[in-house]
Design a protein around this ligand. Structure first.
Ligand code: F6R
Length: 614
């Protein structure tokens, strides 16, 4: 999704902004642009369709001087990706420049009014409407820029994170947000703006997260001032971020995705650190313990999420129902928010989101809260909107996930759900204490088992060569491995652009079996668990129709190995933790196929890392 970076201080802005744009590339974008005010007060905008490197090329030989600037990577919503639609946008007089993340929903009404007043538009974007509106209000009322921004935002319906600069005023940036994150970095007599902390962390770890409908007036050599749209002054605590620069680097891996796949053993150890103590037979999730009564008396749990996080939710459903005996429903946030859902007193909502910024999940949380639900968040990004808008929750603690395709965040979500289920089961005494201890011990062995799977990377890479040119894939799994099949298919399609579908294995004969022939690769998760015999029958059905089976099997397997065309082994574990292992080879398979196809693995086309628009 779009990225924002801004700078005002004593250094040249251009190199800082370009570096920041590179750090934001992971969010997904299709054009990039920059606005600078040079020492004589001129406001220059340079922008182009394509990559940040294209922007750098475009800026060669141009005036890139100035110690104040704003820059943007755009992920198209209104209007195709082209030079005109790229940000920043000028106002009519070209005195103001604006960058914007989010969507102005009432832009067409506002645009029509502005056109009638003689304003001209050069793009199809909603953003250009906003900067024209700000200028119109500024001129009409003869007010300063901040007041004009306040008045304009008062007329706007939608979501925004914006930064505005004014020609002739090299000493001020105005930034504001609503439903789209914006962070202000506090340096030594210099200030930074970011849509997340990644473009800032290299320069300062001191940040302020703006709240909804807040405006930051950032002036050279002055403390930033924060006011609301209604002009109420606000004070904010400065937060010290623990993010390190190395977490934003590839550290020798060719792609962030591969780095993040290989990081999983250590990140899961981080996720469990201080929460699971096997020697003391202890499990503590403070977010649960602080609200013990609610979880003790919960009548139902609703899990809300999107995409990969929704797949984690499906596994959470199986797990919580099995060991906590609480009914669970899992729903796409985007569906939940537009229904009139029934929430009973005593219902608990669990919202799962890596970014903590997914617009649909945020809106679904609001809907649930309005209906009286207690909402528990499972997020990765510390300080994110979902983390701040839930009653309680647990971070996954896996550090920044840069690859657009979610990998380590998914396994960490599963790990948090496992800890959460074990905590609740212990509180509710729904399974014997001995069983809890067995599961707890097994959970701590998972990182070592993942390390063993990662050793098969070379053979998975060789296997990927055989299937690089397949046009379709089917993924099958049952029980806990059914959501793994969905996740395997999603991973393959998003980074390789190969069409892939995931199904519960037994559903195959209700339709998808018609697709099976000797050209159809079928990935079957067939580990040695309660569903093993059933899955073997499903594999036989595929083989009888000449399908090509790639099976994920347990190391101890003897049967599937003789039927499947190719096998990838994983260690055995408790059924409920199987997804933590079976997911890994599917991540690697997708990765290698995408690399073979020369896809942009970390930034697949059309995708965004954090989906802040609906
Ligand atoms: C897939 C992927 C997406 C996200 C989805 C939700 O690899 O990353 O499907 O899972 O956009 O994002 P979060 O978890 O940030 O709410």
């Amino acid at each position: 999704m779009c990225g924002i970076v801004g700078y005002i201080g004593h250094q040249e802005a251009y190199p800082i902004l370009i570096k920041g744009l590179h750090r934001l590339e992971y969010r997904g974008y299709d054009s990039a642009g920059i606005a600078l005010i040079n020492p004589t007060g001129e406001l220059n905008i340079y922008k182009t369709k394509g990559r940040v490197s294209d922007l750098e090329e475009f800026c060669t030989g141009k005036d890139i001087s100035g110690t104040i600037g704003i820059a943007h990577t755009r992920w198209a919503t209104h209007g195709e990706p082209n030079n005109a639609n790229a940000h920043p946008h000028y106002s009519e007089s070209e005195n103001l420049a604006l960058i914007h993340n989010g969507i102005i929903e009432n832009y067409s009404v506002l645009k029509e009014q502005l056109v009638q007043k003689g304003y001209h538009f050069h793009s199809q974007t909603d953003t250009e409407v906003l900067i024209q509106l700000i200028e119109y209000i500024k001129t009409l009322n003869n007010v300063d820029l901040c007041t004009a921004v306040q008045l304009a935002l008062g007329q706007v319906i939608g979501a925004y994170a914006i930064a505005v600069m004014e020609k002739g005023n090299p000493n001020q940036i105005i930034a504001a947000r609503k439903s789209s994150p914006l962070v202000l970095g506090i340096g030594d007599n210099e200030f930074f703006i970011g849509s997340d902390a990644s473009p800032i962390i290299e320069f300062t770890n001191k940040v302020i997260y703006l709240e909804d409908e807040e405006i930051a007036i950032i002036k050279r050599n002055e403390e930033p001032k924060i006011v609301t749209i209604g002009n109420v002054e606000k004070t904010h605590e400065i937060i010290q971020l623990e993010l390190s620069l190395s977490q934003l680097e590839k550290e020798g891996y060719p792609h962030f995705m591969l780095k993040e796949i290989f990081e999983q053993p250590n990140r899961l150890r981080d996720c469990m650190r201080g929460r699971v103590d096997v020697t003391g037979n202890h499990i503590v999730l403070s977010g649960i313990i602080d609200y013990r009564e609610k979880f003790l008396n919960a009548k139902r749990i609703l899990i809300l999420a999107c995409g990969t996080s929704w797949h984690a939710g499906l596994i959470g459903e199986y797990l919580i129902e099995e060991i906590c005996r609480i009914p669970v429903e899992v729903e796409y946030s985007s569906e939940f928010r537009y229904r009139n859902p029934i929430i009973y007193p005593g219902d608990i909502v669990i919202a799962i989101s890596q970014s903590g910024e997914t617009a649909d999940t945020l809106a679904a949380i609001e809907q649930a809260k309005q209906q009286g639900a207690f909402v528990y968040g499972i997020c990765n990004v510390v300080g994110s909107s979902i983390a701040r808008n839930t009653h309680s929750g647990s971070y996954t603690h896996v550090g920044p996930e840069i690859g657009v395709a979610s990998t380590k965040a998914f396994t960490a979500q599963l790990c948090v759900l496992a800890m959460l289920a074990l905590c609740i089961a212990r509180e509710r005494k729904t399974i014997p204490e001995t069983h809890i201890l067995e599961l707890l011990n097994e959970l701590t062995r998972i990182p070592n088992k993942i390390e063993r799977i990662l050793q098969s990377d070379d053979s998975i890479q060789k296997l990927s060569n055989i299937f690089t040119y397949a046009h379709n894939f089917i993924y099958l799994g049952r029980g806990y491995n059914y959501p793994v099949a969905l996740e395997g298919a999603l991973k393959l399609k998003e980074i390789s652009y190969i069409h892939a579908e995931g199904y519960p294995a037994a559903e195959m004969k209700h339709g998808p079996i018609a697709l099976i022939d000797n050209e159809m690769p079928v990935v079957v998760v067939a580990t040695d668990n309660d569903m093993y015999e059933k899955v073997i029958s499903n594999i036989q059905e595929i083989k009888a129709r000449n399908g090509r089976v790639i099976a994920i099997v347990s190391e101890s397997d003897t049967v599937v190995k003789t039927i499947a065309d190719y096998v990838i082994e994983v260690p055995t574990t408790a059924d409920c933790f199987d997804p933590l292992l079976t997911t890994i080879p599917l991540q690697l398979l997708s990765y290698h196929i995408a690399v073979n196809k020369r896809r942009d693995v970390d930034m697949p086309r059309n995708l965004a890392k954090s989906v802040t628009v609906e």
